[in-house]
Design a protein around this ligand. Sequence first.
Ligand code: SAH
Length: 521
Amino acid sequence: MNNTDEKIKRTGKVYLVGAGPGDPGLITLRGKYLLERAEVVVYDYLASKKLLRHVPDTAKLIYAGKKGGGLHAFTQQEINGLLVEHARAGKMVVRLKGGDPFIFGRGAEEIEELVQASIPFEVVPGVTSATAAATYAGIPITHRGYTASVAFVTGHEDPTKKESNIAWDKLATGAGTIVVYMGIKNLPIITAKLIEHGRDPQTPVAVVRWASTPQQHSVEGTLETITEVVRESGIKPPALVIVGEVVKLRNTIDWFEKRPLFGKQVVVTRTREQASELVSLLEENGADCLEYSTIHIEPVEDTGAVDAALGEIDTYDWLLFTSINAVTWFFKRLFELKMDARDLRCRIAVVGRTTADELQRYGIRADLLPEKFTGEGLAEALIQEGVQGARILLPRALKAREVLPQRLTAAGAEVQVAPVYRNVPPQGRKEELREQLQSGMIDLITFTSSSTVRNFLTMVDARDQEELHRLMDGVTIAAIGPITARTVTDAGLKVDIQPERYTISDMVQAIVNHYREGGAG
Ligand code: SAH
């Protein structure tokens, strides 16, 4: 092994990655790939925290936040030092920077330091906040009918100082669209400069704060009025100033802030395994989801009952599924026993549409779907079919309501309950949830089963009813169906939203309708 090889082996690498403007969906595939393999992540104030989801649990996370003009968690010098230090220790380091690393991001300064220290590096571009802010505010940054040029400038430096790097005189009329980064503090001077150098005072201007995030806030004015508009609306950094005729198109194109749940903070209480469908539907509609996996699903330790039933599966007349989890874990065990769907020759009934859809993924169409998607509804539908003397297998959670097996047994069926999974209450994050409730930032909480309600209450850990009511004051509650709603009311809380059909998509639709109709909370 020669010297160079040894060096490469011992030295890590630094990846300077553009995080995009805020929406965690706007990172590149390359950026996500690197985050998934990072050993150390040094991230910025402007990089979306949600991107840290991609990082392995074992990675070291370092917040190197630098807020414009305010607190510096680290100086630029210290950040450069951190990158060098961890790379020297042989680590794969991702330096995650808001927007694009080379657009007003001091990315080059960090690279120069790496070069000096002979540390290998790579740079991954990102969606810069200027294009994102324009797009998410409904402004096409260029347009054949309006402008063929766009300029990105920093408003950070004082435009009145003599040695300014920006030729405001040429810029004022030289570029069709002008986007100013870090321009809020100097906005009065910037607009005055542009007007002084010949730009029409009536030129439309938009200012967009926290672009592409659920906190996005945008306002509109002209070069003459925008300073006042910004002052009145209380807009603070980080924000971008977009100057040009294209701003006029916003009236037609604005889409992001028009989504029905835009700006709503929603607590999603679901099992981690199942949260994704609910979260993506809510996010599609503009909500900001705070995920709390209130329960965690695990297979049962004792598979004796299900194994025995599968051993004589041909003797059963019916197989019942009352949840997606039951389907998932039943099939998992079936496959582990080297069996497959062809072994299930009995008739199959499911409690509701979502469970039916899950079953379909295994190539099986349910024979029976009740009109009412509850255990009671399913019992009723089966009894109508005639269950006298029928052998029924019910794979389900270790702890579950007994009403379904009880009713069927009472109607003369022989029911075999076979636990296939269990709900495990979560650990941690209690404090975070309580703080969010206390600060009044939560608009809505969704409950998709009674156990999510119970586990939520355990997490909130209110001293008494009074404290619970104080924490939940102003929070809207959505429950997926009547059983879940009962658990909510039993706890002394009120259900505001409940869909007619007990599915995730119906619940999201009911939430959307609630806010469309101007629901408070
Ligand atoms: N490298 C970044 C810019 C860093 S400079 C990029 O490519 O976007 C920091 C400035 O960027 C902020 O002061 C603000 O003007 C702008 N900015 C960054 N993210 C923003 C966002 N989500 N919304 C509005 N402005 C943003």
